[in-house]
Design a protein around this ligand. Structure first.
Ligand code: BTN
Length: 267
């Protein structure tokens, strides 16, 4: 696919722009790939790889979401994975911190495109606009390269939710559905990567600042939620996200910090 054929695509100049303007040191671009996360997990095993490294694709044929779910993406979506050195993150014990930090980077980049956008974080890894999902984040670790972390981001940009499969069309949204015009994917990507670099360094140096932002953007606060993590279910009123990245659920017996799981809104 290429711009010349009327389809989305990145040219060499776009890839160069990404290398020049962001913290990414290596870029691997695919017009079509199974999953950028799957490829990034494999690439992370190469010791000589310059980090951070980016795997970018126009189209995924088997994009993956959390919990073994698939990820819908169509031409016009932004789909990429960043390989990061894990020791730079100081977030060993609490993975939600990394997905929340990436989510925050997406929120801030989208706010730059559309100031005043009604945006929220759905703990631990989703970004919502107007109560519909615009972005999913999948943080993974290869057991063969445990010192490196893969952060995969799928953002609906020019792939209008009107093109989505019927099961998703009511719950998904794309940037184009809000703005009414197509955005340059490279520009949006650069903005996310710049935000990500800044937020990751804040994560290590001033986590409380980030926690304040997670709290501010947490769309679950005040809602009745059910958090399912394996066989364990926690139900209660969400009281926001704490500094460790855990979701706080007021069960009536106290505030329970949930560090992993899937949330369902019950009210
Ligand atoms: C979720 O909402 O469950 C997470 C979705 C993550 C999707 C992105 S798209 C780029 C990267 N490659 C994948 O296969 N998944 C992530």
């Amino acid at each position: 696919m290429s711009r010349e054929s009327g389809m989305p695509g990145y040219r060499e100049a776009d890839l160069e722009r990404i290398r020049q303007r962001t913290f990414v040191r290596a870029v691997e671009y695919h017009r079509e790939i199974e999953s950028t996360n799957t490829r990034a997990l494999r690439l992370a095993e190469e010791g000589s790889l310059s980090l951070p490294a980016l795997v970018l694709a126009d189209l995924q044929t088997a994009g993956r979401g959390r919990g073994g779910h698939g990820w819908w993406s169509a031409p016009g979506a932004l789909t990429f994975s960043v390989i990061l050195p894990r020791d730079a993150l100081a977030a060993d014990r609490c993975w939600p911190q990394v997905s929340l930090t990436a989510g925050l980077a997406v929120c801030d980049a989208l706010q730059q495109v559309r100031p005043g956008l009604e945006i929220g974080l759905k703990w631990p890894n989703d970004v919502y606009v107007r109560s519909r999902k615009i972005c999913g984040i999948l943080v993974e670790l290869s057991s063969r390269a445990p010192a490196r972390l893969v952060v995969g981001v799928g953002l609906n940009v020019n792939n209008s939710a009107a093109q989505a499969p019927p099961a998703l069309s009511d719950s998904a949204i794309a940037l184009i559905d809000v703005t009414g015009y197509a955005c340059d994917l490279t520009t949006v990507l650069i903005s996310i990567l710049q935000q990500l670099a800044g937020q990751l360094s804040t994560l290590t140096s001033a986590r409380a600042t980030l926690a304040h932002r997670w709290q501010e953007l947490c769309m679950l606060t005040g809602r009745t939620v059910q958090v399912t993590a394996g066989a364990r279910t926690t139900t209660g009123t969400c009281r926001g996200i704490d500094e460790s990245g855990a979701l706080l659920v007021d069960t009536g017996w106290g505030h329970e910090p949930c560090t992993s799981g899937t949330v369902t809104v019950r009210d």
